[in-house]
Design a protein around this ligand. Structure first.
Ligand code: MN
Length: 203
């Protein structure tokens, strides 16, 4: 069965002014759609066609770079839409305790996410992730993903220019300030931690 572009889990104005409806119309409606379409075209008629997206990614890693890039970007964007919300609430008690242990405080984590995102060279992704009961900030380059990595990703932020250029031009730190300060979905992060296994792309 072919993968589908998942709906945004909020109205397209929900993240404004951090991320405008115009940015979402391109980023979700054009970029993410293209990654899905190319993934579907590549797996059609193969034994990957009925596999979950995580398995497609793991299978293509290191063997089919074109499929890997499109499948990983399909997963990353689905995860990214859920990593944000108009009002993302607060981390659960369990997550707060682990954040305190790893980073000092939630505010310290936010500051470090911004620094890592701003310092990431060129295109990629910045993640809050869990492995072995310990939290860390991870970075992946270009279309690479934590979906099949052994980490349990809790949140991600897209730092490709297409994520922020219409709203913030070249000022990636302004995008990171706006998203990290008020749009991260701590409820989603807490759910991912509590589940203990990597989020599944629907379908
Ligand atoms: Mn993107």
């Amino acid at each position: 069965m072919a993968f589908e572009l998942i709906d945004l889990p909020y109205p397209d104005t929900a993240l404004d002014p951090a991320i405008s409806a115009e940015t979402l119309s391109y980023h979700h409606g054009k970029h993410h759609q293209a990654y899905i379409d190319k993934t579907n075209a590549a797996i059609e008629g193969t034994d990957l066609a009925d596999k979950p997206l995580k398995e497609v990614i793991a299978s293509a890693r290191g063997s089919d770079q074109g499929l890997f890039n499109n499948a990983a970007q399909s997963w990353n964007h689905g995860f990214y839409w859920h990593s944000m919300a108009a009002d993302g609430g607060s981390p659960s008690d369990e997550l707060t305790s682990m954040i305190d242990d790893a980073f000092g405080s939630v505010d310290d984590l936010k500051s470090k996410l911004k620094d890592r995102g701003a310092g990431h060279f060129a295109s990629g992704w910045v993640w809050l992730a869990e492995k072995g009961g310990v939290l860390s900030i991870e970075e992946t380059h270009d279309g690479d993903t934590l979906a099949d990595s052994g980490f349990n990703p809790l949140l991600t932020i897209d730092v490709w220019e297409h994520a922020y250029y219409l709203d913030h031009q070249n000022k990636r730190p302004a995008y990171l300030d706006a998203v990290v300060d008020s749009k991260l979905n701590w409820s989603f992060a807490s759910e991912n931690l509590a589940r203990g296994t990597t989020w599944q792309y629907p379908g």
